[in-house]
Write a protein that binds this ligand. Structure first.
Ligand SMILES: [Zn+2]
Length: 399
């Protein structure tokens, strides 16, 4: 990298306030990098790299916006925020930080003309105008279960190289020093009567909304959840909470020190499984079964919890999260529908959930539902025997 005397490349005549910042910035370039600018912190100083093609072959107006953009990363403490983050996290933050900068601190239209790329704005990224740190946390949380979609979204919008520089161990301290020096340089300019644009220091003001925004819409088509799926989710939540509370107990004695009572994993509580029994008689709609399975596999741990495919017997048993094998198997089975084999398979402590049209050939066996500690749940796709079943079990209807 080559040190640059930025005054040889940029005229600050129309942006005199920036001249007060320049002495505290190290500018760099090299001859091989094309179409790039980024900033980083070193020894308490802001460093800005601008590739030589942009330095030599872009308008003054463009280069001014570029410097303002990089200065804004320093001014808003973005460099410190990047510390300790993974590549994917830095990429995400780069997007939301740029959205904030492009509200009014640097003009995205002018940058777009010079770069040929599409600088991030809240508008073109489909984001609400909120502080970048807040957006970062919301989006990162929302991304956890759909990293593939998340990465595709990032790749589509990322148009900056700020994320590429991994902050060093002192980056947060450096970042603070840089923020302070930028504001003291602004004060110097003001003291000399130099006009400061009213957008500086800009960024997005205002408090973050307290409402819990749902950023899932970025990664998922907004399909409203059907009531029966929400009901199923509630059953799963209830099961999980029972499961967790009953798996702890107080041990009377700590083996190290006999006077200390300790909390430990219980082994004496009866084991409870979540069993999802799918009717595979010909009348079942496979697409709907698959949606139920997706919902369950998001919330239920693999292991003891099983999915049963049943007709006149329990034909097949799967780990409940093995969705691919389950989906393949569902297409193979076909037959009548019997309650008894499922009731016999399950233990009295299991949470049993049926997915069925309710057309049981042995509906008389429904009274056996009373053997279960937790009331069995029937998700019914048809009204067959609805009344008889609801006398003995919890019923959710999809129709
Ligand atoms: Zn940037």
């Amino acid at each position: 990298m080559i040190s640059v005397n930025i005054h040889e490349y940029i005229s600050f005549d129309n942006d005199k306030w920036l001249m007060y910042q320049v002495p505290d910035i190290n500018f760099w370039t090299d001859t091989k990098t094309k179409g790039s600018a980024y900033c980083y912190a070193e020894h308490g100083k802001l460093n800005i790299f601008i590739s030589s093609d942009w330095l030599n072959h872009r308008s003054n107006e463009f280069k001014i916006e570029l410097v303002k953009h990089e200065l804004a990363h320093g001014m808003f403490g973005h460099i410190g925020f990047m510390k300790g983050k993974t590549k994917a996290q830095r990429q995400l933050f780069n997007i939301v930080a740029d959205c904030s900068i492009h509200v009014n601190t640097a003009n995205p239209k002018i940058l777009e003309e010079g770069t040929g790329g599409k600088p991030c704005t809240y508008d073109n990224c489909g984001l609400k105008q909120l502080p970048p740190e807040y957006l970062y946390h919301k989006l990162w949380d929302a991304a956890q279960e759909k990293m593939d979609k998340f990465q595709a979204w990032v790749d589509e919008h990322l148009d900056d190289d700020f994320w590429k520089i991994k902050p060093n161990k002192d980056a947060d301290l450096d970042s603070q020093i840089i923020k302070d020096s930028i504001s003291s340089n602004l004060e110097k300019a003001i003291a000399k009567g130099v006009p400061i644009p009213d957008t500086i220091p800009g960024g997005v003001g205002g408090a973050a909304s307290a409402t819990d925004l749902d950023y899932d819409y970025l990664f998922n088509q907004p399909v409203p959840k059907e009531p029966w799926l929400s009901d199923l989710e509630q059953i799963i939540r209830n099961y999980n909470s029972k499961h967790v509370t009953s798996s702890y107990k107080r041990e009377p004695r700590n083996p190290i020190h006999p006077d200390i009572l300790q909390k430990g994993r219980a082994t004496t509580f009866p084991k409870s499984r979540f069993l999802f029994a799918v009717d595979c008689s010909g009348s079942m709609n496979i697409k709907m079964v698959e949606r139920a399975i997706s919902t369950i596999s998001q919330h239920i741990e693999p292991g003891e919890n099983k999915l049963l495919i049943f007709d006149t017997k329990v034909s097949k048993v799967f780990d409940i999260t093995d969705t691919d094998s389950i989906k393949q198997a569902l297409r193979k089975y076909y037959g009548g529908t019997h309650l008894l084999p499922v009731f016999e398979y399950a233990n009295a402590n299991d949470q049993l959930v049926f997915y069925t049209d309710g057309g049981f050939w042995d509906i008389d066996n429904i009274h056996l539902a009373s053997k279960f500690k937790y009331k069995p749940v029937f998700i019914l796709t048809e009204s067959w025997y609805h009344d008889s079943i609801s006398k003995h079990a919890h019923v959710i209807t999809t129709y």
